[in-house]
Design a protein around this ligand. Structure first.
Ligand code: ZN
Length: 299
């Protein structure tokens, strides 16, 4: 069955008017239950991760500053959330969600986290609403437990997976593939193992054919035994931050291409949510599509 990480702690109260769409972490599971895509028993509730795992990926000094709420005002501005104990608790719960998903994916082929995809978190700093890098931490978990040898990160958020790229720059065991808007944040990109920077207004045809060709090549050449999918929906034409012109149907086809590739090649896959800044109902519907497609393909 499809196991999905979620906890009430994912939903953090933010100051009124904050631009981050926090309520999607509440609405998305409700929508998926309401429409019958998921039942209560699809969900599991991660607890906060053990600190030892955090410092496998992140610098001890950065983690200490986070934990003690002692990041500087400038460091917090880069992250974009007010730094509170509740925020830190939220993040260490979400990252554990992705790590537990990795275990479930080994059993069921796929698992998903209703949060995460925090790909702008570096080993020593956070930015762009990302504090800890869930995909990097779960990758280290799998490698250290010898549950995977060659991991492929497929990062399809409109923003480059700069933190993930930097963390695995010198680690051949994790191949980072990021396909993103060339003119989107971060303006100064890191170097992934494969970067595809797409021009503004990239449409469905170009987007999907580029993805299809590259994913096929990577799977053939690299022979990954695990895939992490950052399934951000900020590639939509309606997105307020993204610069691409992918339709909601195109975005759903994207999810289908990724999940079908994993299924066809018997590669366990974990999807982490990623960004989405269209009108609220559009964001929920596009994220829900990722779950609908996973259910359709795997179960
Ligand atoms: Zn994004």
């Amino acid at each position: 069955m499809l196991k999905v990480a979620w906890s009430p702690e994912y939903v953090l109260p933010l100051p009124p008017g904050h631009r981050f769409p926090m309520s999607k972490y509440e609405m998305l599971p409700q929508q998926l239950l309401y429409e019958g895509t998921l039942r209560e028993d699809n969900f599991f509730r991660p607890d906060p991760v053990n600190e030892d795992w955090i410092t496998r990926t992140h610098d001890q000094s950065y983690w200490q500053k986070l934990k003690n709420l002692s990041l500087t005002a400038q460091e917090m501005r880069r992250i974009g959330f007010p730094l509170t104990l509740e925020l830190v608790q939220r993040e260490i719960t979400i990252v554990h969600g992705t790590m537990m998903c990795a275990e479930f994916a080994l059993q069921h082929g796929v698992a998903m986290n209703i949060a995460g995809g925090t790909h702008h978190a570096f080993a020593n700093k956070g930015e762009g609403f990302c504090l800890l890098n869930d995909i990097a931490m779960a990758s280290h978990y799998l490698l250290e437990k010898k549950l995977a040898n060659q991991i492929l990160v497929v990062d399809l958020d409109v923003h480059q997976g700069n933190g993930t790229a930097q963390i695995f720059k010198d680690d051949a065991r994790v191949f980072t593939f990021s396909m993103h808007g060339a003119n989107n944040y971060p303006l100064q990109k890191e170097t992934s193992d494969l970067d595809i920077g797409l021009p503004d207004f990239t449409n469905d045809d170009f987007y999907l054919s580029t993805l299809d060709v590259n994913l096929k090549n990577l799977i053939t050449q690299l022979k990954p035994d695990f895939i992490f999918f950052q399934s951000g929906v900020d590639i939509l034409e309606t997105d307020k931050m993204g610069r691409l012109s992918v339709t909601k149907e195109g975005c759903k086809t994207r999810d289908r291409i990724v999940f079908e590739s994993a299924k066809r090649n018997s590669i366990p896959i974990v999807a982490s949510m990623g960004g989405g800044y269209s009108d609220f109902l559009e964001v929920i519907d596009a994220h829900a599509n990722t779950y609908r497609v996973a259910q359709e393909i795997f179960f």
